[in-house]
Design a protein around this ligand. Structure first.
Ligand SMILES: NC(=O)c1ccc[n+]([C@@H]2O[C@H](COP(=O)([O-])OP(=O)(O)OC[C@H]3O[C@@H](n4cnc5c(N)ncnc54)[C@H](O)[C@@H]3O)[C@@H](O)[C@H]2O)c1
Length: 383
């Protein structure tokens, strides 16, 4: 098998996402499986170039995985001819200027979401990428989760009839950092550092809603900072300036209404950290990260409201599990493979910078809706 090597800058590789999901679970996992196979028998072989600010942390990660290519000098890495792709998993605030440098160096760019801090910045990057003639991609990992893949299969198979509504619950309790350390980095709770649950989650909701149910046409949103004081990684108390919960209503093409709650201040009484209930005329489904259960119209129970009597139906047990019917690989890895095939073999890849800009736009308008207390129409974005 012929190997086609491709140099990939992994900037922000010391972070949670950069290290675990992108380096270890995607790029190194691709190498372990022998590369990304192409139809002509070639295999795409990623050669990661680890980039970050701390020499010692980069060296430590490289040694742990038998890698040798790392640097704190992004310009030098971008100047290399054998580097074709720039990948960014830095904190959100650093992203736009780093991607701009990569585009100026003529690199293809793949990046974590959100693409930029505001819609104008995201569109600017999309225009610059088009002018540079390079390939772009933004992480949309939730699309590749087994639960959502099964949900998509049900939609494509016509299971729901006409889809009426979508209810999503996302969240878990993120510790304040005092008596137990927080399980998310503290910048997420400071808006001045690019934090906030709307900026974090609405880009995900945008592509999930659009790919499964239809374009998002309006948003109305209420946000809250339920926990106003937190403790950072160094044990210092800081004011939480960013929203830590968002209660959004979205109207979609075709009249579907989606209500999505996102919260870092909620205790989980669900089977999974995110769950979507979809109700349609012919049937309903509840999909999580991995599982998906359905109830068809023909087996729908007929409860009668009577608060004087105890519940008569075992509602939860009346749903049927959708079988896997296939092997589901790590979603980040699946999307990496698609992006690399896009770059090397020109295969289609719909999740480009313009798609990423729509995610940023939904977050921006969600925050504006919350600030102004209004429902906002979402304009079409165009380059
Ligand atoms: N797709 C997803 O499901 C998902 C989940 C979580 C986070 N994210 C996104 O991934 C990105 C990183 O999030 P994370 O949770 O890994 O954060 P993190 O804090 O763990 O990592 C951030 C990385 O950026 C680097 N960094 C921090 N400050 C910097 C600065 N001033 N200049 C240059 N580099 C700096 C850090 O060294 C680290 O490598 C964010 O944009 C976030 O929105 C995506």
């Amino acid at each position: 098998m012929t190997r086609r090597s491709i140099g990939i800058i992994v900037n922000g590789v010391t972070g949670r996402m950069g290290y675990r999901q992108h380096l270890v679970r995607s790029l190194l996992a691709i190498r372990e499986q022998g590369g990304v196979p192409l139809a002509d028998g070639t295999s795409i072989w990623p050669e990661p170039v680890l980039v970050g600010r701390s020499e010692s942390r980069l060296r430590e990660i490289a040694e742990r995985h038998g890698l040798t290519d790392w640097t704190t000098d992004l310009s030098a890495a971008l100047a290399r001819d054998d580097v074709e792709v720039y990948f960014d998993a830095q904190v959100t605030q650093q992203r736009e200027k780093a991607i701009r440098r990569a585009l100026e160096a003529g690199k293809h760019v793949y990046t974590e979401k959100p693409l930029a801090e505001d819609t104008e910045g995201a569109l600017d990057l999309a225009r610059a990428a088009r002018a540079a003639g390079v390939r772009t991609g933004v992480v949309q990992d939730k699309l590749f989760l087994p639960g959502l893949r099964k949900l998509k299969r049900l939609i494509d198979g016509g299971f729901f009839g006409r889809i009426l509504s979508v209810r999503g619950e996302f969240g878990y309790w993120v510790f304040e950092g005092d008596w137990q350390p927080a399980q998310r980095p503290s910048w997420n709770y400071r808006s001045e550092d690019g934090g906030g649950i709307v900026v974090d989650m609405f880009p995900h909701w945008q592509y999930v809603l659009e790919e499964l149910f239809g374009r998002v046409r309006t948003v109305s949103c209420v946000t809250a900072t339920h926990v106003p004081q937190r403790v950072d990684e160094a044990g210092r108390s800081y004011p939480a300036t960013a929203d830590d919960a968002a209660y959004g209503i979205f109207e979609l093409d075709g009249g579907v209404v989606a209500q999505l709650n996102s919260s870092w201040c909620v205790r989980v009484h669900r089977d999974e950290l995110v769950e979507f209930q979809v109700d349609g005329t012919e049937g309903s489904a509840v999909a999580g990260l991995r599982s998906c259960r359905v109830q068809h119209r023909a087996v729908t129970p007929k409860p009668v409201w009577n608060p004087d009597l105890p519940v008569t139906e075992p509602f939860r047990s009346q749903w049927t599990e959708v079988p896997d019917n296939e092997e589901f690989d790590n979603g980040f890895k699946v999307q990496w493979e698609a992006f690399l095939r896009h770059v090397v073999a020109n295969e289609p890849f719909p999740w480009d910078f313009l798609a990423g800009a729509r995610g940023v736009q939904l977050a921006e308008l969600g925050l504006r809706s919350a600030r102004e207390g209004v429902r906002l129409t979402i304009p079409e974005l165009d380059l």
